[in-house]
Design a binder for this molecule. Structure first.
Ligand SMILES: Cc1cc2nc3c(=O)[nH]c(=O)nc-3n(C[C@H](O)[C@H](O)[C@H](O)COP(=O)(O)OP(=O)(O)OC[C@H]3O[C@@H](n4cnc5c(N)ncnc54)[C@H](O)[C@@H]3O)c2cc1C
Length: 213
């Protein structure tokens, strides 16, 4: 299956679009046809006027100028390490780490935060929700395709929810629905499938060995 991301990359834009021709590969276009920063990863977002070397040097300068707390968070974060490891050069990895600590989110950090919020909210949803609680959960979920800032992610989620509507009858049902939905997105992005039998361990109870207690 080709991903929504592929559909919207600058690479696949019409060759008649002069702005698309100059965009770096991987830049995602928004509904207005312009580059969409919140839809694109830090790796793929390259400001057209900023030279790569200059940008990296400037950010390193800023880091050593004293924002040590943010720097420590960035350098100790698993996510940042993964981002850095997936980058082609050490300089690019450092630049992405800097962005993760200081810049508005990219599509990946927004996604991580959103999944964390959604899975955690599902993990603490009542076993036997009242009609009002069910209605609130449905409102929350149905608001996402309208409000989620990454437009192609929002459209994609809306289509999924039409095909397979949220199941808010119980905590277990909601957690399972969300896990399946997340796995559909994982598959589309070429990420591994998560074992939904371990969703409580991941998002509520922690591992049996107590390492998160
Ligand atoms: C609604 C939505 C739609 C999105 N659509 C797109 C898109 O179209 N294109 C795009 O590039 N990005 C999209 N994203 C972002 C993308 O899903 C990831 O969040 C991002 O790529 C970062 O991935 P990650 O590997 O850090 O882990 P994430 O996928 O963010 O997952 C975070 C953590 O959740 C756990 N996890 C993974 N899968 C599951 C699961 N099935 N159930 C329970 N827990 C799980 C893992 O422990 C993982 O580390 C979307 C995000 C959301 C919330």
């Amino acid at each position: 299956m080709s991903s929504r991301k592929d559909t919207f990359t600058a690479q696949s834009s019409s060759p008649s679009s002069s702005s698309a021709r100059t965009l770096p590969p991987g830049t995602i276009l928004g509904p207005d046809g312009k580059p969409c920063k919140i839809c694109t990863t830090f790796r793929d977002w390259k400001p057209p006027t900023a030279g790569k070397t200059t940008t990296t040097t400037t950010r390193r300068g800023n880091k050593s100028d004293g924002d040590s707390a943010a720097q420590a968070i960035a350098s100790s974060s698993t996510v940042t390490a993964a981002l850095a490891a997936s980058s082609s050069t050490a300089g690019e990895g450092a630049d992405i780490a800097w962005r993760a600590a200081h810049c508005p989110p990219d599509v990946e950090s927004l996604g991580r935060a959103t999944w964390t919020f959604l899975h955690t909210t599902a993990a603490y949803y009542p076993e036997a929700p009242s009609p009002t609680q069910r209605a609130h959960m449905l409102q929350l979920l149905h608001a996402l395709p309208q409000l989620y800032p990454c437009s192609h992610c929002a459209d994609d989620l809306g289509a999924r929810m039409q095909r397979r509507p949220p199941d808010v009858r119980s905590r277990a049902a909601l957690a399972a629905w969300l896990c399946t939905t997340h796995n559909e997105v994982n598959a589309e992005l070429g990420k591994p499938t998560f074992d939904c039998g371990r969703v409580d361990e991941r998002w509520r109870d922690g591992p049996r060995d107590g390492s998160c207690d």
